[in-house]
Design a binder for this molecule. Sequence first.
Ligand code: AMP
Ligand code: TRP
Length: 337
Amino acid sequence: MEKRKQVLSCIQPTGDIHYGNYFGAVKNWVQLQEKYDCVYGVVDYHAMTAPYTPKKLRENTWELIFNLIAVGVEPSNLFIQSLVPEHAELCWIFNCFTSYGQLSRMTQFKDKSKNQSSSDDSFISAGLLDYPVLQAADILIYKADYVPVGKDQEQHLELSRNIAQRFNNQVGQEYFVLPETLYTETPKIASTADPTRKMSKSAGEKHYISLFKDDETRIRKKIRSAVTDTGENKEGEMSAGIQNLFTLLKASEKITEHNQLMDGYNSGTLKYSELKEAVAEALVELSASFKVKKEELLANKKEVKNQIKASSAEIRKAAQTTVKEVKDLCGIMNVRF
Ligand code: AMP
Ligand code: TRP
C-alpha cells in the first residue's frame, strides 16, 4: 500500500484558543486526520520566546491539549514539544543553515519585537528571532508533506523550505521533503472589534473570541458590538467587518443561512442585526458542543495526560530517526549505547 502523506502542525500554549485559530487552522487539523498521517504539537518551547511564567506555561500546555481533544483532534496524534527534545537539537543544526538576514526580516519577528520593546520590560530574546528555525525543525523532523496553518504563517513556511533546500544542497541529496502549506477556506479571520487586523490573543481581550472561556453572554456581546463599517470601503464594496461576519457564518457550516443573508445583502434588504444574531447563534452552538466534550475529558484528567505522554513518546521515535540521520549526514557524532 502506498504510504499516506504526512501532515504536521503546531500551536503555541499561550492561553486561550480562539475562533481565528479554529477556523483558520485547527478545524482543518481535525478533518485531515481521515485522509493523512497527522501529528500535531503543542509547542511549549516556542511559548518561552515571549514573557511568561513557568507555572502558567505548564498549565496552559495541558489546557490546550484538553481543548484540542475536545474539538476533535485524536489524542494519539498529539504531542508536547518538550517531550520530543530532538526538536531543539535539530533547531541548533538548522541555525547553521539559516541566514541571519532572512530571520531579521520575518514579519512576525518585527511585529512581536516591536510590541515587546514597548512593554515595561523591553527585553527581546534571541529565541524570538530564532523562533522560525525551531518551527522549521518541528516541520522537517517529521518530513511533513503538508502543514495546515493560517495565512499569517506563509513566510515561516517559506523559510522552512529554504532551510530544507540549503541542507539538501550541503549534503548532496534530497533528504528533506519541501513542505507545502494547506489553508482552510477561511485562512484569515479578522478581529470583530477591528476588522482591519487579524483575530489574535496578543491584541487584547476584545480582539478575539475564545472557544472555551467566553460564555454565551460574552460571545453575543462581542458579536453584537462587531464593527461593521470602518468608513474606508469604496462605494458598493462590502466592508471588512461585514465580510468577516459572513466568513464566520460560513466557517460555522451555516451555509443556508449564509446564502439567504447574502441574498439580502445583495438586494439591499439585510439588517446587520440579523446577520449578527445568526453569527452569534452559530458560535454559541459550537462552543456549547466543545464545552460538553471538554467536561467529559476533565473527568478523566489523569488518563488523558498519560495518553498524551505515551503518544508523545511514540511520535518521538520518528523524530529520533531523523535527527540520527541528519547528524550522520552533516558530520556530527551520534551517541551509541
Ligand atoms: P497561534 O495562536 O498564533 O499559535 O496560531 C495557531 C494557528 O492558528 C496558526 O496556524 C495560525 O496561522 C492560525 N491563526 C491564528 N490567528 C488566526 C486568524 N486570525 N485567522 C486565521 N488563522 C489564524
Ligand atoms: N508559528 C506558529 C504560530 O505562531 C506555531 C508553530 C510552531 C507552528 N511550530 C509550528 C505551526 C510548526 C506549524 C508548524 O501560529
